[in-house]
Design a protein around this ligand. Structure first.
Ligand code: NAG
Ligand code: NAG
Ligand code: NAG
Ligand code: NAG
Length: 499
């Protein structure tokens, strides 16, 4: 969530396989690991055939009574744990397609067994197979908004409640969907009884400088030299880009697919932004219990990153940084990496559902960032992790180039202000929301770590990263993570047994 914000480069990889999108970009939560209790015991569990998939008719515009256009939203259902009178657990989809694996594995299903819950997962409009419009041109994208997405959730609950009368609905979500779960609780309190909001990003900003600050702290906890060597490598790259020779050297060392032109500011920013992503990604998804078809991908962690950055035998800081990127390319089975602004612009400008960027959700997510969310991950001061190499206008220029001249910094400022206004009520008034955050998660700075309402709680889990609590539990989990899940169960039990 979840929610990392970078689409820009993820589209360059999407040809490979669906699993890799969340691996190479900072968005999405992928799929949870298999639950050990289900492995080998049940062929049905393996096939996922017991999970029903269907579509529900939704209004294109919930807020315009004269517009009667509709579309079909995908959802999935799992009823095996449900007994009459049990609650309903709804996992919200976000900026990627939904996967049935989340209705088999992951912590929500572990809770569902305990509470005899009926389980649903609802795909977010404009992602996966939930197509509200013919194509994704800028005119059509205007129905992609947080407000419309929350109204979809409300309509879904209303429709399904006809069958499950008097059942209490508990919403779950990680990253952006975690924010939606909490926002749905304040927007539709009569429909949403409680929410479990994992690693949600509630405070919206345009320029998210906190991200790399938290990331830096996570690396420093491991070894302070790890950070200074990454900083040093960035400085060395900047210096090399001053000469033609040096540029060629950088190009060949980082296996650029296209020539890097150091005179084009956007290309240079694109290069630094893309080089920062594998580092960010490594920290954001450090040792989560995610399913990887490629075991080497599961191995990428703060430890493996810093071990390389501290390894003298590999050469100077630049050489070690090159070595980590080589390792990433190896895991991704890539020959080269594109650091070109033009190719990023091109892929984000695709408007048909089955093309790369719309198919992976990158264009849609970028639209949401440019119009309502912001939170662009920047590094724009000399003492930031990547120095002054990733300024905010790198992103806002891309917004304008992809969606048109109205999509500029000013528009975004107004929109983000509105998003903040709409939802700042969460802080004081909303009851029955559980917020969970990990100390290594670079997004935690924008989360609600101190809710003010008496009946909402926030759990800060030391030593884990983004959405850690949402994945399948494992015997290898640190005790504080297991405790956090027990706390969730405690509160759900308390709230669900109240009259
Ligand atoms: C939508 O509304 C228009 C006029 O308001 C009407 O002609 C049309 O039949 C309606 N379509 C549906 C599917 O109800
Ligand atoms: C967007 O696509 C719709 C068809 O879905 C079309 O009617 C509209 O004119 C297009 N808008 C632009 C700006 O291309
Ligand atoms: C450029 O590279 C060549 C070959 O590696 C080297 O001989 C030359 O000294 C370099 N020139 C500069 C200005 O670094
Ligand atoms: C929330 O409560 C804090 C003090 O606890 C107060 O400063 C703030 O103004 C309140 N915000 C709203 C939106 O009520």
């Amino acid at each position: 969530m979840k929610l990392i914000f970078c689409l820009i480069w993820s589209c360059l990889w999407c040809g490979i396989s669906a699993h890799f999108r969340s691996f190479t970009s900072l968005v999405g939560i992928g799929e949870p690991n298999r639950r050990p209790s289900l492995i080998g015991t049940s062929l049905r569990a393996a096939t996922l055939n017991f999970i029903i998939e269907d579509f529900i008719e939704q209004k294109l515009d919930h807020f315009n009574p004269t517009d009667n256009r509709t579309w079909n939203q995908r959802y999935q259902a799992h009823s095996e744990h449900h007994t009459a009178g049990g609650p309903i657990f709804l996992l919200l989809g976000g900026e990627e397609k939904i996967s049935k694996a989340w209705l088999r594995d992951g912590s929500m299903m572990e809770y569902a067994e305990k509470f005899n819950a009926m389980c649903f997962q609802l795909e977010h409009r404009y992602y996966g197979k939930s197509y509200p419009t013919d194509n994704l041109n800028t005119t059509n994208l205007k129905y992609l908004s947080i407000k419309q997405a929350l109204a979809d959730v409300a309509a879904f609950i209303k429709t399904k409640s006809k069958k499950y009368q008097n059942s209490r609905w508990v919403l779950f979500g990680g990253s952006y969907p975690g924010s939606l779960a909490a926002w749905a609780r304040i927007t539709y309190p009569h429909l949403v009884y409680a929410a479990v909001s994992s690693s949600s990003v509630i405070k919206t900003r345009i320029d998210n400088i906190d991200y790399f600050k938290v990331a830096e702290k996570a690396l420093t906890d491991y070894n302070p030299k790890c950070v200074s060597n990454i900083r040093q490598a960035t400085l060395m790259i900047s210096d090399l880009l001053d000469t033609e020779n040096g540029t060629r050297y950088v190009q060949s060392k980082f296996r650029a697919c296209y020539r890097i032109n150091p005179d084009v500011k956007r290309d240079v920013r694109q290069l630094f932004q893309q080089l920062s992503l594998p580092i960010a990604r490594t920290i954001q998804y450090n040792k989560d219990n995610r399913y990887y078809s490629n075991m080497e991908a599961a191995d990428l962690s703060i430890t493996s990153l810093c071990d390389i950055m501290l390894d003298r035998s590999l050469g100077n800081s630049f050489d070690r940084y090159v070595a980590y990127h080589r390792k990433i390319r190896h895991v991704l089975k890539r020959q080269c990496s594109s650091y070109s602004y033009q190719s990023s612009l091109k892929s984000n400008s695709e408007i048909y559902w089955h093309q790369g960027s719309p198919q992976s959700g990158d264009r849609q997510w970028f639209y949401q960032l440019c119009t309502e969310i912001g939170n662009f991950v920047t590094s724009n001061e000399d003492d930031h992790l990547f120095g002054n190499t990733i300024p905010i206008d790198f992103f806002t220029d891309l917004c304008t180039d992809v969606f048109g001249e109205h999509f500029d910094l000013n528009k975004l400022k107004k929109a983000v202000h509105k998003t903040t206004m709409l939802y700042h009520g969460l802080k004081n008034t909303t009851s029955r929301v559980i917020y969970l955050h990990g100390s290594f998660d670079p997004w935690n700075g924008l989360g609600l770590t101190e809710p003010k309402s008496d009946d909402s709680i926030s759990i800060f889990i030391d030593g884990v990263s983004h959405c850690a609590d949402l994945y399948t539990s494992s015997l290898k989990d640190p005790p504080q993570l297991s405790e956090a899940r027990e706390t969730v169960i405690f509160y759900l039990n308390k709230w669900l047994t109240e009259n």
